[in-house]
Design a protein around this ligand. Structure first.
Ligand code: C2O
Ligand code: CU
Ligand code: CU
Length: 491
């Protein structure tokens, strides 16, 4: 992880600036939930129900509604979810199919459903312009035309995305094109193919979700001292002995995870946001920022229990200065191999995909996007979060690209690292901080963590109109809501 080391100096400087700015004000008050050690890693990992679209004639309906979910025994927490109290079903879509989706909004506020990672025209997507009023519903058709991959869906109403996602609205999408069978990859959902939605939360002592509203939250994003996996704190997953596929989604508002196993065992990254890498990449550590997905093969053939852990989030300008363990190092989930169950897949394929090499980018149009996060001396909570000096405006088109073209986008962060995301595309990372990205970041991506700068090669294959433009934004949801977002048209 050289890029991290390299940035330590800069982060330290940034940390100093941030601490000077926050001063002695009570940075983030953490009401750390004291729950007995005995409760850790005892609750089974819940697996969101799978809806294979073909089993319901490619007609999906989702209900966004408030509910009550038990993070703690005997203490239900007010949450929201899609067709359930928290999160949503996992949807499996098949390449080539057309999916008719109906979303009913039973929330008390406007919402939208954005299909993060899907290559669909903007009119079919639930960006900020496709608002669903309370007690109404929205219909869309998703034409699935992209390689096998893990995507997700979540609300995107401008100014309210962070709170809605924080309250529990998010779900996973599995795009299937037959590759798993062909490659002999683990593919039995919930058994040897396990979805892991990682999120960071803060709780009040009465068990309710805590969302601090204020300039610190705007600046750093909503953070907490508790990590939930598929909506559960510190769960245990009983896994078969052998190779297991983990589909990781960082659905946190702001927190970047630095993942590794407690015994430092290696794993193989097989896919990033947009699908399979050319071949598995062996690693012992994996950084995943908000919005990103990675699929990996974990080897549980020694039948030993192991924890998935995270290091502290190093991509915040306040390391060590926030109270408690906010975005700190933590144990996330325990894997307990069941000696009576053997995983059906025994070997890791050598080749996964034939994604094209990156050709010449010399003649391509280049654009610069500076992610402004200058919050020094901030009074109004939104000031300073912008792109190229402009705060998001739903009525302004910031960028116009031609449909079918490719461009190089140069993205530059300010005081802190930002996960930059673009709707309606999968891109390739040319460089991060002027260096070639590590192997596991060389595949198709729709979100890239930009520590200092990044260059990405973007191909625009999906139409976006003035009425329904596509977004590009920081996936720290508070940054997005506060204006670190722009919109583009592709015609
Ligand atoms: Cu996952 Cu525009 O977002
Ligand atoms: Cu998106
Ligand atoms: Cu940001």
């Amino acid at each position: 992880m050289k890029p991290l080391k390299q940035n330590n100096h800069m982060l330290t400087r940034r940390a100093f600036i941030a601490s000077a700015m926050i001063g002695s004000s009570n940075a983030l008050l953490t009401a750390k939930w004291a729950f007995g050690q005995s409760n850790l890693f005892e609750r089974s990992l819940p697996i969101p129900p799978l809806i294979d679209a073909r089993s319901v004639a490619n007609k999906i309906s989702l209900i966004a509604a408030e509910g009550r979910h038990k993070f703690f025994p005997n203490q239900p927490t007010a949450t929201s979810g899609y067709s359930g109290a928290i999160l949503g079903p996992t949807l499996r879509f098949h390449k080539g199919d057309e999916i008719a989706v109906t979303v009913e909004n039973r929330l008390s506020r406007h919402t939208t459903v954005h299909w993060h990672g899907l290559l669909i025209p903007s009119i079919s997507d639930g960006g900020p312009h496709n608002l669903i009023a309370p007690d109404t519903s929205w219909q869309t058709t998703l034409k699935i035309d992209q390689p096998e991959s893990t995507a997700w869906f979540h609300p995107h109403p401008h100014g309210d995305t962070a709170r809605q996602v924080y309250s529990g609205l998010a779900g996973m999408v599995l795009i299937n094109d037959g590759s798993s069978e062909r490659l002999g990859l683990p593919r039995t959902y919930g058994a040897d193919d396990i979805p892991l939605i990682l999120q960071e939360r803060q709780f009040n002592s009465n068990g309710s979700l805590r969302y601090d509203d204020g300039p610190q939250t705007t600046m750093l994003g909503a953070r907490g001292d508790t990590i939930i996996v598929n909506g559960v704190i510190a769960p245990v997953a009983r896994v078969p002995v052998g190779l297991v596929r983990l589909r990781l989604l960082n659905g946190s508002n702001a927190r970047t995870f630095d993942l590794s196993f407690s015994d430092a065992r290696a794993f193989h990254v097989i896919a990033s946001d947009g699908g399979y890498l050319p071949s598995p990449v062996r690693r012992t550590r994996l950084i995943i920022s908000p919005g990103e997905r990675f699929e990996l093969l974990a080897d549980f053939s020694d039948a030993r229990s192991v924890l998935l852990e995270t290091g502290a989030d190093q991509f915040i300008p306040m390391m060590g200065m926030m109270s408690g363990d906010v975005s700190g190092a933590a144990q996330i989930i325990k894997f307990e191999p069941d000696p009576t169950k053997l995983a059906p897949i025994k070997s890791i394929p050598e080749k996964l995909s034939t994604i094209s090499g990156i050709g010449k980018v010399d003649g391509l149009r280049r654009r610069q996007f500076v992610l402004n996060d200058h919050m020094m001396g901030m009074r109004s909570r939104n000031r300073g979060l912008a792109i190229n000096g402009r705060q998001y405006d739903m009525t302004r088109i910031d960028t116009t690209v031609s449909l079918g073209s490719s461009e190089v986008w140069e993205v530059e962060s300010g005081m802190m690292a930002h996960p930059f995301h673009i709707h309606g595309v999968q891109f390739r990372i040319l460089s991060i901080d002027r260096r070639k990205p590590p192997m596991h970041l060389q595949g198709n991506k729709d979100t890239v963590l930009v520590p200092g700068s990044a260059e990405i090669l973007v191909h625009f294959s999906q139409r976006a109109t003035r009425e329904h433009p596509f977004m590009y934004h920081c996936h720290i949801l508070e940054h997005e809501d506060a204006g670190m977002m722009g919109q583009y048209v592709a015609t």
